[in-house]
Design a protein around this ligand. Structure first.
Ligand SMILES: Cc1cc2nc3c(=O)[nH]c(=O)nc-3n(C[C@H](O)[C@H](O)[C@H](O)COP(=O)(O)OP(=O)(O)OC[C@H]3O[C@@H](n4cnc5c(N)ncnc54)[C@H](O)[C@@H]3O)c2cc1C
Ligand SMILES: C[S@@+](CC[C@H](N)C(=O)[O-])C[C@H]1O[C@@H](n2cnc3c(N)ncnc32)[C@H](O)[C@@H]1O
Length: 616
């Protein structure tokens, strides 16, 4: 996870890139678009299959310039019904530099707007899964950076059609071998198809050994033969995907999950007695900042994935535009407390590119290291949630029980009513548990304080040390945040305001010197935190859900999921968790590697006592 990748070197023959390390070209010099059309798109019968699709997954070995992806996107736009969802998974060991990719794609007539959209979200060259969103088209591209065999081995999901597109097998054996093909087979279902430009004997034999039935076809434009294939297995695929899904809770966790499910074609009903962002997500001044730790590759990989997904959601919802809700663009983190200083010193001494360049070392002085997070932002979380809620089916109802039935999930309401859904997601923050053995987070209250100037002007940058300071409009600032472990829901306290003012010392002593700071407001909320400070995201096992009386549970039917425990990191992790849950429910390639998905599983918490105090 998060290993820097080895770059390759290109030589351009006109507009055709040739890679020196493999001595091969990325696409045909004569008719690249025609070749992709024949060898991959038509070989997999995509136009006809797209016309019938509600959700479809294409997998590829070798993203290269992205030409195959963009021509598939074009076919998707022309053939798929409105509202259908495409997930495109592609492995790449040596990502091209953005300028090379741009040159190759523009030369092939890919619309500049599409190329720009990819480049805006182009991942840093570190191994792992990186998602790029095309929300207007209901398309996600997941790049599996690194060697294909171990990369695909860490992907969970199902692919409908494969493009096998490496360099020539003789020059690129790492991509054309049984280890890779076994992973393709693992990610295939009965009937998954493939297309490739080669018919080399060893490729044929290894694909057949992995379970693909193959046929030879004439090569493109007089080239040698190529292959098409179909995966055959007696193992039946997962049960019917859910159609109507309940999301309980209209905070950032529930709303982003509802959006991700709707994007994948589900009917979603959000239930919350208080309406949108009435609890902790009403936070008027939240920071999106990466949660990093030198050497902790799991945490850093999650932080990188979370930053990318939340930024994409901010962009898609218009939050970043001129009328957006961003209060701060960029975050400066000062290591003022001894604990923070040690953490920042270690990060400052490490190579930022190993954490996906999420930070820049601004000042490596061991007495006061300063990091900058260029992708960090500060915003009004409540306003963001209200944007996400637009057009969603949100009902003011309090859920008191969630129970799994034989094939459906039963919600019990406080008003005595009941309703069946195909699946439910519990995203109730610090609210009480709704089903048996639901992991229970610790509740930690906290307060933000709004102050009037005169604070030294900070521009658009948020400052953070132990607390944080976020500029608001009209010269107001928000200071945060306190931690109240004895959370009694007692609302705003003067003591907490004083603590936030004192904390300015730990953000920026120069700010704290300012006299005449007047408190002009305050906000109070309750965090939900699990002991290991990771959220709980995934399905509750059957043993955790009290079954509907008399029902026998059919195996493998997804029913009750949770999205809980975001602590002080709802903006960083909740939209990522939403993608993960939505991918999981529809067996689409997941947004994070399996090992990270397992790290978040609620099952890790079931055996343990989660009411012990976490290290906040
Ligand atoms: C002082 C403070 C500062 C913070 N600063 C930051 C920050 O800088 N950056 C950051 O990312 N995060 C920050 N956070 C945390 C962030 O606000 C939370 O992580 C996030 O809002 C949690 O979202 P949620 O959707 O899980 O929960 P909530 O927003 O609490 O949403 C849960 C919803 O579920 C509903 N609900 C509960 N029970 C039921 C039921 N039985 N039936 C139906 N609905 C129900 C509730 O009404 C509520 O609307 C801060 C939190 C606090 C308190
Ligand atoms: C012929 S190019 C792919 C062209 C591409 N599909 C396009 O549309 O431009 C082959 C790609 O496979 C990548 N590759 C080679 N070996 C790999 C490996 N072991 N794992 C993942 N990708 C690999 C190369 O870096 C290169 O980008």
């Amino acid at each position: 996870m998060l290993k820097p990748l080895t770059p390759v070197h290109l030589h351009w023959a006109g507009d055709v890139p040739r890679v020196l390390e493999y001595d091969d070209i990325y696409f045909s010099a004569e008719d690249p678009r025609g070749e992709v059309q024949t060898v991959f798109i038509e070989a997999n019968d995509l136009p006809a299959r797209f016309r019938e699709a509600r959700r479809f997954t294409v997998g590829e070995t070798g993203f290269g310039t992205g030409l195959n992806f963009f021509l598939t996107l074009d076919a998707w736009r022309r053939h798929a019904p409105a509202g259908a969802f495409l997930s495109y998974l592609s492995a790449e060991a040596h990502p091209l530099a953005p300028a090379d990719l741009q040159r190759a794609l523009l030369a092939q007539g890919i619309p500049p707007g599409d190329v720009g959209h990819l480049l805006d979200q182009y991942p840093p060259p570190v191994s792992g899964l990186h998602r790029i969103h095309f929300p207007q088209d209901h398309v996600v591209l997941t790049l599996a950076y690194g060697d294909a065999a171990p990369g695909f081995a860490n992907v969970r999901g199902t692919v409908d059609a494969w493009f096998l597109d490496g360099f020539a097998p003789s020059r690129n054996p790492a991509l054309w071998n049984i280890a890779v093909f076994r992973q393709l087979a693992r990610l295939s279902r009965d009937g998954t198809t493939l297309g490739t430009f080669t018919a080399a004997g060893q490729v044929r034999r290894d694909l057949a050994a992995a379970g693909f039935e193959l046929q030879r076809r004439p090569g493109f434009r007089g080239k040698r033969e190529r292959l098409v294939g179909r995966f055959r297995t007696a193992t039946s695929s997962a049960g019917k995907p859910p159609e109507h899904i309940a999301v309980v809770g209209a905070g950032i966790a529930g709303l982003s999950t509802a959006l991700a499910l709707r994007e994948r074609g589900a009917q979603v009903t959000v239930l919350d007695p208080l309406g949108v962002a009435a609890r902790t997500s009403g936070n008027p001044a939240a920071l999106l900042s990466p949660h990093l730790s030198a050497g902790d590759t799991v945490r850093n990989a999650l932080a990188l994935a979370g930053m990318r997904v939340t930024r994409a959601l901010l962009r898609a919802s218009g939050a970043e535009g001129p009328n957006g809700i961003l209060r701060a663009d960029g975050i400066e983190h000062r290591g003022i407390t001894p604990h923070a200083r040690r953490r920042l010193q270690r990060l400052a001494a490490a190579d930022p590119s190993a954490a996906g360049a999420l930070y820049e070392v601004w000042n490596a002085d061991p007495d006061c290291p300063v990091l900058r997070y260029p992708h960090g932002v500060g915003l009004d979380l409540g306003a963001f949630c209200r944007q996400l809620a637009q057009g969603q089916d949100i009902r003011r109802r309090q859920v008191i029980t969630v129970a799994g039935g034989e094939t459906r999930t039963l919600l019990g309401y406080a008003d005595g009513g009941q309703e069946f859904f195909d699946a439910a997601v519990i995203a109730t923050g610090a609210g009480p548990a709704l089903c048996a053995r639901q992991p229970r987070p610790l509740r930690v209250g906290g307060q933000l304080t709004r102050v009037q100037p005169p604070l030294r002007t900070m521009g658009r940058m948020a400052l953070t040390g132990r607390g944080y300071c976020l500029p608001e409009h009209e010269g107001q600032h928000w200071l945060g945040a306190t931690y109240r472990r004895e959370d009694d829901d007692s609302g705003v306290h003067d003591d907490d305001n004083n603590r936030n003012l004192r904390q300015l010392n730990w953000v920026d002593p120069a700010l704290a010197m300012t006299t005449d700071i007047r408190v002009s407001g305050a906000w109070y909320g309750t965090r939900a935190i699990f002991r290991d400070r990771f959220p709980a995201v995934g399905e509750l096992g059957p043993e955790a859900v009290a079954d509907e009386p008399g029902a026998t549970r059919a195996a493998g039917i997804p029913r009750v999921f949770v999205s809980l425990g975001y602590g002080s990191r709802g903006l960083l992790y909740a939209p990522l968790a939403a993608q993960l849950l939505a991918d999981r429910m529809f067996s689409l390639p997941e947004v994070v590697p399996m090992s990270l998905g397992e790290r978040l599983s609620p099952l890790r918490l079931l055996q343990k006592d989660d009411r012990r105090e976490p290290p906040v």
